[in-house]
Design a protein around this ligand. Structure first.
Ligand code: EPU
Length: 426
């Protein structure tokens, strides 16, 4: 088992380069299945979730190859097994977004339900299925698998409302958009997700020949086409990785430069940090972040884009543990996404959870301790807290962080952090 050992408090300095966005690369690799031939993607992060997507695509007959410098070739010249196997889908929920493109390309798909093992509560796929059914797909659920078939006459465009009780669905929008791209006629997706990662996927699909308008808004209109062609595309920078390093600079009272990022995708977190007293100089594709002195407390509510992202909630919570006063966070996307609270409290934080909100009583220092990572962003929060805490922090179960952060240890080491990955016997 791998652990991270951190000797805090650390000071950071220098430049960190942000990798391509995991949550754009995953649905874009799925969308590459729509094109008969070889797609070339640039800036695909080398992380566990992308390797799982390789495994999934390989299992359906699509050949993926990692080339030099973050390039990946996806060869979808033939698909011989339109099935998303349980053993792959259970590892990564994003695998479920293969059902839309398989349906469009092969006329049928059988994909395992993702299951309910998430550490942040129930994550249904009802809206994905509602959207596919609205296009005419015949859907049945048996033995834990969703079987979807295109009816005689094909999928037909229509108006589909994609909102759920907690707002739009990101991967649901991706799935239905991919299926609608080759349906007959016009599909209008209302209350669609407009996250930058969905925008990037829609831009990628437009290059392939899809007719999509409204990109970046909550209404996407798609005119179905008969076929899509393989293309080349560069994945956008990972806004959540950039936000994680911004928090790292603040928590360690440091100044760092973040390169290869897209500050316009981070408006809400940047606004929040500035109110907390952080200095941020924004350029087109880089930011200089520095913080000295007190961290002002904050009130945060996670929301769909362009609101404050749920994927930065845990990291901001770690930071607010060191604020000079009481802070409040309300989680509106995944009301149970709080597995990091108990672990941050092990580092001497004072966080109290009330329903889907927490109250954080800021304190001057955190104290190192052994902690357990429980999901990707929760583990990032524990690493950040470990950098700021006094003494040794051991982060266990770091396979969670390896799912989504490329080279996190070497990137932090290059900034001067005393962090090491160690292998210990289970
Ligand atoms: N929802 C439904 N029904 C559905 C789908 C979603 O009720 O059919 C609900 C969810 O339970 C949740 C809300 O809608 O309350 C939003 O979930 P969404 O479907 O948008 O989440 P997702 O598409 O499964 C993606 C990201 C997550 C990120 C969320 C929200 C990827 C691969 N995953 O998940 O990223 O938190 O959007 O922005 O894009 C992460 O990177 O750590 C991560 C978890």
């Amino acid at each position: 088992m791998n652990i991270f050992e951190i000797d805090g408090p650390c000071k950071l300095s220098g430049t960190v380069e942000i990798s391509g966005a995991k949550n754009a690369a995953l649905p874009i690799m799925a969308a590459a299945v729509l094109g008969n031939g070889k797609t070339l993607l640039e800036s695909v992060p080398d992380i566990a979730d992308i390797r799982t997507m390789f495994e999934l695509l390989d299992s359906i007959g699509v050949k993926c190859k990692r080339l030099e410098n973050g390039k990946v070739e996806v060869d979808a010249s033939s698909i011989d097994n339109p099935v998303g196997d349980y053993d792959i889908v259970r590892k990564m929920r994003a695998s479920f977004c293969i059902i839309g493109p398989l349906l469009a390309r092969c006329g049928q798909a059988r994909v395992s339900l993702p299951g309910g093992c998430s550490s942040f509560g129930h994550r249904p796929v009802d809206i994905h299925l509602k959207g596919l059914r609205a296009l005419g797909a015949e859907i049945s659920i048996e033995n834990g698998y969703v079987t979807a078939r295109v009816p005689e006459g094909g999928l037909v465009g229509t108006e589909i409302f994609l909102g759920g009780t907690n707002g739009p669905t990101v991967l649901g929008t991706a799935n239905v958009l991919m299926a609608a791209s080759m349906a007959k006629g016009t599909t209008v997706l209302e209350y669609a997700a407009c996250e930058p990662e969905i925008q990037d996927m829609a831009i990628f699909m437009k290059k392939m020949g899809a007719k999509i308008s409204g990109i970046g808004t909550q209404t996407l209109t798609v005119e179905g086409v008969d076929e899509l062609k393989p293309v080349e595309h560069r994945i956008i920078p990972d806004r959540i990785e950039a936000g994680t390093f911004m928090v790292g600079a603040v928590m360690t009272q440091s100044q760092i430069t973040i390169s290869n990022c897209c500050p316009e995708h981070l408006r809400a977190p940047i606004d929040c940090l500035r109110q907390m007293g952080t200095r941020i100089c924004v350029d087109k594709d880089s930011m200089e972040v520095s913080h000295t002195g007190k961290i002002r407390p904050a009130h945060l509510t996670t929301q769909p884009y362009p609101g404050f992202p749920t994927d930065l909630q845990a990291q901001f919570m770690a930071m607010l543990c060191l604020a000079s006063g009481n802070s409040f966070i309300t989680e509106k996307i995944f009301p149970e996404r709080f597995s990091h609270v108990a672990e941050l409290n092990r580092l001497s934080a004072e966080i109290n959870k009330v329903g889907s909100s927490v109250v954080i009583s800021g304190r001057e220092t955190l104290l190192g301790a052994p902690v357990m990572a429980s999901d990707l962003r929760a583990s990032a929060a524990l690493v950040l807290a470990g950098l700021a805490a006094e003494g040794k922090t051991i982060v266990n179960r770091v396979y969670h962080i390896d799912r989504g952060y490329e080279d996190i240890v070497s990137k932090l080491q290059a900034l001067g952090a005393a962090i090491e990955r160690k292998h210990i016997d289970d």
